[in-house]
Ligand binder design. Structure first.
Ligand SMILES: Nc1ncnc2c1ncn2[C@@H]1O[C@H](COP(=O)(O)OP(=O)(O)OP(=O)(O)O)[C@@H](O)[C@H]1O
Ligand SMILES: [Mg+2]
Length: 367
């Protein structure tokens, strides 16, 4: 999930986790110890990610040396999402590794029992490289991507859209049936229905958001006449979830939101999540990165790579902004729950990008 600042997230103690991890590790790899347990900086807040090394009496070969662990959020901590399904993520990463040349970290172990660490988790190989930061977002000065040349950013953009193209083209849909969302209708209807359910979960017992509800109405109005055939979508498809070596992707992370959906769901998310950070930067007086991930160019690239010309992108970018708004609202209600902020009279002000979302609802954003 993309946040411009980092809300308080964890109720867990890293030292205790390290100890419990070592105890657990011995059941999978006798004699092994977890060392150098750290929480990565700058990105991530929905599940919890830990990095650690494995020490073992025999010299372990990669990928069994440097690891990353993804732990389901603590259910007692007013989580951002209602469900954290580690099995689904683990299976998705294996599926993608099996059927595509998209670089995903190799998954090593899945632990479904919440006993050992307090919640289910999986362990994957740790990949070296750099991630465009969310906090402070890469659209502000002071990070490697902002400091790069236009040409380097263009290389990164092309390679990243290439990831989407390959993922969408290469995964056989019949193997991804476990990622088909429940409900009636086509994949797009099911996807939007799931987001409506998420919204209702967020506002249960709390003020509803007029803006989000208008955005849902507007979606219905812009609904694609003929949504393309569904494919496996990455879900949280944005550059902040990619590890780059230089400007080349070496690991695609964060498969929590993967689902069977039209290709444009991922594309809209990639485009909008960049705009989210860019717009924030501009609103605070910065220049942002206006020439990076431009909508027409991204659509062209994707069409060239896949032969599929993206359609209805006003719908899909609005949909991304709407989904991001639901997350923002939940995060704000979470902060209110912990007494960090008060719920204002107009809950729409809790949505950081309410101006952009309103402009999209009114149809003036892209012009
Ligand atoms: N396999 C890995 N190798 C190296 N670093 C990793 C790996 N997995 C995660 N990380 C580090 O952890 C950070 C957060 O990872 P990720 O985005 O998967 O988790 P998250 O907490 O769910 O984030 P989000 O809020 O985007 O859902 C990454 O930006 C990266 O720095
Ligand atoms: Mg992430």
């Amino acid at each position: 999930m993309a946040m411009a600042s980092r809300p308080r997230t964890s109720t867990r103690d890293p030292e205790e986790i390290a100890h419990r991890l070592t105890v657990w590790l011995a059941t999978r790899l006798p004699g092994a110890r977890a060392t150098a347990v750290t929480v990565p900086v700058a990105n991530g807040m929905s599940s919890e990610t830990l990095l650690f090394d494995i020490e073992h009496p025999t010299r372990l070969q990669p990928p069994f040396r440097a690891c990353a662990l993804r732990l389901a959020a603590d259910p007692s901590a007013y989580t951002v999402f209602p469900v954290y399904d580690m099995v689904r993520q683990y299976r998705t990463m294996r599926l993608v590794a099996q059927h595509t040349d998209v670089p995903v970290p190799r998954v090593l172990w899945l632990e479904e029992d919440p006993g050992p660490l307090g919640a289910p988790f999986f362990v994957m190989e740790r990949v070296e490289g750099r991630v465009p930061p969310d906090v402070m977002p890469y659209t502000y000065e002071g990070n490697w991507l902002h400091a790069a040349s236009d040409g380097q950013r263009e290389r990164l953009e092309a390679a990243t859209i290439g990831l989407l193209a390959r993922l969408h083209d290469q995964v056989p849909l019949e193997k991804a049936q476990f990622l088909t969302l429940p409900g009636d209708g086509d994949a797009l209807h099911r996807h939007v229905t799931a987001q409506r359910a998420y919204y209702h979960w967020v506002v249960d017992g709390l003020p509803r958001s007029p803006l989000i509800e208008e955005a849902f109405d507007r979606l219905a109005h812009l609904w694609p006449r003929d949504p393309g055939a569904p494919v496996l979508n990455w879900g949280d498809a944005r550059i902040g979830n990619v590890i780059y070596d230089g400007f080349e992707p070496v690991a695609v992370l964060d498969w929590e939101m993967a689902a069977v959906a039209p290709r444009e769901v991922d594309l809209g998310w990639t485009l909008y999540l960049h705009r989210f950070f860019h717009d924030l930067t501009v609103a605070s007086g910065g220049r942002g990165l206006p020439d990076f991930l431009r909508r027409e160019r991204v659509e062209e690239r994707y069409a060239r790579l896949t032969g599929h010309i993206p359609r209805d992108m006003d719908f899909y970018t609005l949909y991304a902004a709407l989904r991001q708004a639901i997350v923002m609202l939940r995060v704000a209600y979470r902060q209110a729950h912990f007494g960090e902020v008060a719920v204002p009279a107009d809950p729409d002000t809790l949505i950081l990008h309410h101006d952009s979302l309103r402009a999209m609802v009114q149809g003036g954003y892209w012009s």
